[in-house]
Design a binder for this molecule. Structure first.
Ligand code: BG6
Length: 534
């Protein structure tokens, strides 16, 4: 199965190649000191063109990379360095002011290409020789970052061959070598455990960087800053004050004509919940780490995953909803239903939408429902975490307690703190206010923070941050083996429950808010927030 990576558009921000790298600012923010070679396995794929090369380009322009880096593409396709450079130039063309001068840009001139079969040991000897040669020519110390943007089945082979070819260095070596592994990391608990076991035969855990691009998003990193960098909200983040937490990742995209085959094997649970949504859940629920350091942060995230109450088979139907979209229209364009998409089996039971109600069963969160939902072809693209606070203990503002009151609602709504991950990145706090006038009318109002208003600098793309961190050896924003396994363990129980359930997934019309059945997950608590952008 080839993971068809992404559909998110590459940043539209225009980048000018006349601009000199801004090394002064980068120095302050952690510029990479020594050059390294980045080897991209699967370099002819989508991810290189759409994400990796643009990210490296931005890092170069912002002065974060030393001038003598090397980026080496490795794939089966037989092409020359020149052709590879041309292809990568094309991927940047739309975003630069002077595309004609791109071929002379130092980043483009640091691109090389080696053709080879990743199953063939000889290809690694050849690659190793070529890398040594490039590094000698460019005066590089030999640090290496291997980026595995390939079908997951190849992860074990590539790590083994890299190790056999002497391309993985141990701690005694002055050079470092690290491996970035793209998602999906395993297909289920068993395969993820197996994969962890295999790759740690050749790599130390400290050399493995399992990527989850959500962790590279500014707004996701800001969750911990917001929680632990301020004193006023954190004391309220617990079962005493929080009624429920809703985590939503809604997309308008469908299979886009090319993802059906992959997606039909994965479904929303594997594609989004096991990784991105579990990460969001851990960040909003975790305890403060003992230090802002990779293992301390990951220890706390693992504790959250361990505290997730596993759903028993008979509970799965009650606490989860899986659904598939049917044909629908948006802006006069009608799209096919999930079962009509290319690559999807006509009788598929794979979910394009999932919603669930889960419990983080620890001292802080006991009894607080966590509601998660994600889906394709929904009405709006919205990713957010909404923390609903409990209502005040005394209900003064109730018609029945004071018949002279004229209220918009019978009771004030819960305060909500909303982390807007994307779009309209920011944070909002909703609270009740008296509407001006002679009567006591309550109105729900917002206090809003928007990145675009508060900050003039552009937010780096997730891949920029993650690539730079991997080059600097900071694994805080990457997932550790136990994190991945605990997330799979939780998902595994749900998959088992679904497998035993004779009922097929329910349906929702494309470009709506999802299946009506999801409403029952909020029985007894505030309903799902409507999917809306600010
Ligand atoms: C990827 C999934 O990991 O994340 C895609 O495979 C999904 O199905 C994408 O569309 C969403 O990423 P973003 O950054 O657009 O929210």
């Amino acid at each position: 199965m080839t993971e068809p990576i992404f559909q998110a558009p590459v940043s539209q921000a225009s980048i000018s190649i006349s601009e000199q790298p801004n090394t002064a600012q980068a120095e302050e923010n952690g510029r990479l000191r020594e050059p390294a070679t980045i080897v991209i396995f699967g370099a002819s794929g989508d991810l290189s063109r759409r994400k990796l090369i643009p990210a490296l380009y931005h890092l170069h322009q912002s002065g974060f990379l030393p001038h003598n880096m090397a980026i080496v593409g490795f794939s089966r396709t037989e092409i020359s360095d020149h052709a590879f450079r041309e292809r990568m130039c094309e991927s940047l063309c739309d975003n630069v002011e002077s595309p004609d001068s791109l071929p002379q840009h130092p980043l483009i001139r640091s691109l090389y290409y080696v053709a080879g079969d990743s199953n063939d040991p000889a290809a690694y000897r050849n690659l190793h020789e070529r890398l040594n040669q490039i590094e000698a020519e460019r005066g590089m110390p030999g640090h290496r970052l291997y980026y595995l943007s390939v079908a997951p089945a190849l992860f074990p082979f590539i790590t083994q061959h890299l190790s056999d070819a002497g391309m993985i260095y141990d701690r005694s070596d002055a050079r470092w070598s690290r491996v970035i592994i793209e998602k999906p990391f395993g297909h289920d608990l068993h395969s993820a455990q197996e994969l962890n076991r295999t790759i740690t035969r050749y790599l130390d855990e400290s050399q493995i960087y399992r990527i989850d691009h959500y962790l590279g998003k500014e707004t996701v990193q800001n969750i911990l800053t917001f929680r632990f960098g301020n004193s006023i909200f954190e004391p309220l983040f617990n079962q005493k004050y929080v009624e429920q937490i809703q985590i939503t990742v809604a997309e308008t995209l469908g299979m886009e004509g090319k993802r059906g085959h992959y997606y039909d094997q994965a479904g929303a649970m594997r594609d989004m919940v096991q990784n991105h949504m579990m990460q969001l859940l851990t960040l909003i629920a975790m305890e403060p780490p003992s230090a802002l350091e990779a293992n301390a942060i990951r220890d706390e995230k693992v504790k959250v995953l361990r505290s997730l109450l596993p759903l028993r088979e008979e509970e799965v139907r009650e606490h989860t909803i899986r659904a598939q979209y049917t044909s629908g229209a948006h802006n006069d364009v009608t799209v096919p239903g999930f079962l009509e998409e290319e690559g999807v089996a006509p009788d598929s039971r794979t979910e394009s939408y999932v919603a669930m109600r889960v419990q983080v069963d620890n001292w802080r969160w006991a009894g607080v429902p966590f509601l998660l939902r994600t889906g394709k072809r929904l009405h709006k693209r919205v990713s957010e975490i909404a923390v609903f606070f409990k209502k005040p203990p005394l209900q003064f503002f109730r018609k029945d307690s004071n018949p002279n009151l004229c209220l918009l609602a019978d009771r004030p709504k819960a305060n909500q703190l909303i982390f807007r991950i994307q779009p309209d990145e920011g944070i909002s706090l909703t609270f009740a206010s008296k509407r001006p006038g002679m009567k006591l009318d309550l109105e729900q109002v917002n206090m809003d923070f928007f990145y675009r208003q508060a900050f003039s600098e552009r937010s780096p793309e997730a891949y920029e941050r993650l690539l730079l961190d991997a080059l600097r050896g900071d694994a805080s924003l990457f997932t550790r083996s136990d994190e991945v396994e605990f997330a799979w363990r939780f998902i595994h129980a749900i998959h088992q429950g679904w497998a035993a359930d004779p009922h097929p997934p329910v349906h929702y019309t494309a470009f709506t808010d999802g299946p009506r059945e999801a409403r029952r997950l909020t029985d007894g608590i505030a309903p799902w927030r409507p999917l809306q952008q600010m």
